[in-house]
Design a protein around this ligand. Structure first.
Ligand SMILES: [Zn+2]
Ligand SMILES: [Zn+2]
Length: 330
């Protein structure tokens, strides 16, 4: 047994586990729904570590279940801390794994076509100024992350607007892009509960990054998602980290929008003052000491802001032959 907290009741037969992950957020939320009649569902699966496997086993055990009882898994998005054990669930139980249609290709490229995908990813970061030393470290870092993911082999698509049955209620499938292109949410209007994954978080701003394989304007996507969440105004949201449940989603969505608008103003002013690469801009936006993965997130986040401004016609970018990087300028 681990010293994991007992499952938190969320709504009817739906329970939340706080599963340990070796990231600063410390835990990720895994949901288990075990209705008296109907399929046993797991929502998100945590990272593939011995600690996470043990915590999920304990959580299932507390609900009188084993891996083999899981009939289906629904994954909010392809990031390793949510998708890591998807393949294990599939193998141990024969469960069908479901993701939003938009996200399936992202997961596939990221976890199955790893070797094909990595060079493009590194080139994208290099073209935006990430120094050589950090690039090499980043490749190694990415490989470590890859080792903690056991990908699913057959993923079934869910579509926006479709309904799934959980806790004896119908939940509408939402598309909440920004943090991930095909980020899924599940919404039950009658109880005003949203299963939000990382689309909104209470204590940290969900990373919104532009990578080689993402949609062209993740920040634009995310600002629309925040508008959607504000209009939905759920009474409670089950969140991926620092949860399992948060209230005040509408106020938090407004706060996050203000935060991104402040960052947009900052980037516009900085690039206007002196043309610079996205990496140089990221050093100005995140001046504190960060490790390699922190700097990569900072670069991708800065780039999402700079590209959003460029697509709005408020900034321009030019290839600089001398330094071989894109520079952003007014
Ligand atoms: Zn995530
Ligand atoms: Zn996460």
């Amino acid at each position: 047994m681990t010293d994991a907290l007992p499952p938190t009741p969320v709504l009817g037969s739906l329970h939340a586990l706080q599963v340990p992950i070796p990231y600063p957020m410390k835990t990720v939320t895994v949901l288990i729904d075990a209705p008296a009649h109907g399929p046993v569902t797991m929502i998100d699966t945590a990272l593939d570590t011995p600690e996470a496997r043990a915590a999920i086993e304990d959580g299932l055990g507390a609900l009188g279940l084993h891996w083999s009882d899981v009939d289906r898994a629904i994954i909010t998005h392809h990031h390793p801390d949510h998708y890591g054990l998807a393949g294990v669930v599939e193998e141990r139980s024969g469960a069908a794994v479901h993701m939003l249609d938009v996200e399936i290709g992202r997961g596939e490229r990221y976890w199955h076509l790893w070797e094909e995908w990595l060079p493009g990813h590194l080139k994208h970061m290099r073209d935006h100024g990430l120094p050589k030393g950090s690039l090499a470290e980043m490749g190694a870092d990415n490989r470590r992350g890859r080792d903690r993911v056991h990908p699913a082999t057959r993923v079934q698509p869910l579509r926006e607007g479709q309904h799934v049955q959980l806790a004896d209620r119908a939940w509408e499938v939402l598309w909440l892009p920004g943090h991930a292109d095909g980020h899924l949410g599940l919404w039950n209007e009658e109880s005003s509960v949203l299963i939000a994954g990382d689309a909104i978080l209470p204590r940290i701003s969900p990373n919104v990054g532009l990578y080689a394989y993402t949609r062209p304007d993740p920040l634009g996507d995310y600002l629309q998602t925040l508008g959607k969440l504000e209009a939905l105004n759920p009474r409670r949201a089950v969140v991926g980290h620092h949860g399992p449940v948060m209230e005040g989603v509408q106020a938090r969505a407004r706060e996050l929008r203000d935060h991104h608008h402040e960052r947009l103003d900052f980037i516009k002013a900085e690039a206007g003052r002196e043309p610079r690469s996205a990496y140089a801009l990221s050093l100005a936006m995140f001046p504190r000491d960060l490790n390699t993965s922190g700097r990569r997130f900072a670069l991708a986040e800065t780039l999402a802001h700079a590209e959003h401004l460029r697509l709005l016609g408020q900034l321009y970018r030019t290839w600089d032959d001398a330094s071989e990087v894109w520079t952003y300028h007014a």
